[in-house]
Design a protein around this ligand. Structure first.
Ligand code: MN
Length: 244
C-alpha cells in the first residue's frame, strides 16, 4: 500500500453568534472543500480553547488557514470604534492573534483569506481602515454574495518575486471582493504581494517565512479557476514539507 502524507490544516472559525453567520458558514464549507481538494486534511480549530490546549493543537497541525469573518477590535491597532464595524469577537481575535504569532515564530505554513490578511497585519503591528471609505479614492470593494463566483469586481496587480507571483504565474488577476475593511499601515514584518487599482493592499506575505500568505479576496468561492486553487495547493504543499 502506498502511504501518502496527509497534512493537517487547521482552519479557524467564526463564532456561532456572528451576525453574518449564514454567509460565513457557506464560505467555511467551501474552504474545507478547497483544503481537501488540494490534498490536505481540514481540522476546524474551535474558539474558547485554553491557551495550553490551543498551543498543543497548534503543535500537531502542519499548516493553518485563517478564514474570513467579522472585524477585529480596533483597540488592537490603537483606533476608536467606528459605526461600520460588525461581528467583533474578542475570543476570535485572541485565538487567531495567538495562532498568527505562533505561525511566525515556528515558521509553520499559513494562508489567510480576507479577515486573515487583516489579522496578519494587526498581529505584527499594522493598522486597518476600519471602513474602506477612510481610503481616499477607494473603488467599491464591498460586494455582496452575488460577487462570490459570478463577477470579477476588480483586478489586482501582483508584485514580482513573491510567493503569490510564483503560485499564480501571472502579473495580474481579476478577483472577487467582499470586504469593507483593508490594510492601512502595513506591518514591517509583511511585504505587500498585490494591490488593487486604487492602491489598496490585496495580499501580504510574512518576510523571511517559508509560506505565510494572505489575500483580501475569497479564492474558496472561485474553485473553477486554477490560479485560485493553487493558493490552497500552495498551502498544502508547504504543509506537507513541514509534516514530512
Ligand atoms: Mn478588494
Amino acid at each position: 500500500m502506498m502511504i501518502t502524507t496527509l497534512p493537517l490544516i487547521g482552519i479557524t472559525v467564526h463564532p456561532d453568534d456572528d451576525p453574518d453567520r449564514a454567509n460565513l458558514d457557506r464560505l467555511l464549507a467551501q474552504i474545507v472543500q478547497g483544503v481537501e481538494r488540494a490534498g490536505g486534511a481540514p481540522v476546524l480549530v474551535p474558539l474558547g480553547l485554553s491557551e495550553t490546549t490551543l498551543r498543543g493543537l497548534f503543535a500537531r497541525l502542519d499548516g493553518l488557514l485563517f478564514t474570513g469573518g467579522g472585524d477585529m477590535d480596533p483597540a488592537l491597532y490603537g483606533a476608536e470604534p467606528h459605526p461600520a464595524l460588525g461581528g467583533v469577537s474578542g475570543e476570535r481575535d485572541r485565538t487567531e492573534l495567538a495562532l498568527a504569532r505562533w505561525v511566525a515564530a515556528a515558521g509553520k505554513p499559513a494562508f489567510g483569506i480576507c479577515r486573515g490578511a487583516q489579522l496578519f497585519n494587526v498581529a505584527f503591528g499594522g493598522t486597518l481602515y476600519r471602513d474602506i471609505s477612510e481610503h481616499p479614492g477607494a473603488l467599491r470593494h464591498a460586494y455582496g454574495a452575488e460577487a462570490e463566483s459570478a463577477l470579477r469586481p476588480h483586478a489586482v496587480q501582483i508584485e514580482e518575486e513573491t510567493t503569490l507571483a510564483r503560485l499564480v504565474g501571472r502579473p495580474a488577476l481579476e478577483v472577487n471582493s467582499l470586504h469593507h475593511q483593508a490594510l492601512r499601515q502595513v506591518a514591517p514584518a509583511l511585504r505587500v504581494a498585490a494591490r488593487a487599482p486604487d492602491g489598496l493592499v490585496e495580499a501580504v506575505e510574512l518576510i523571511g517565512h517559508p509560506f505565510a500568505l494572505a489575500v483580501q479576496w475569497h479564492p474558496e468561492c472561485l474553485p473553477a479557476l486554477p490560479e485560485q486553487r493553487r493558493l490552497f495547493e500552495g498551502l498544502v504543499a508547504a504543509a506537507r514539507l513541514t509534516g514530512a
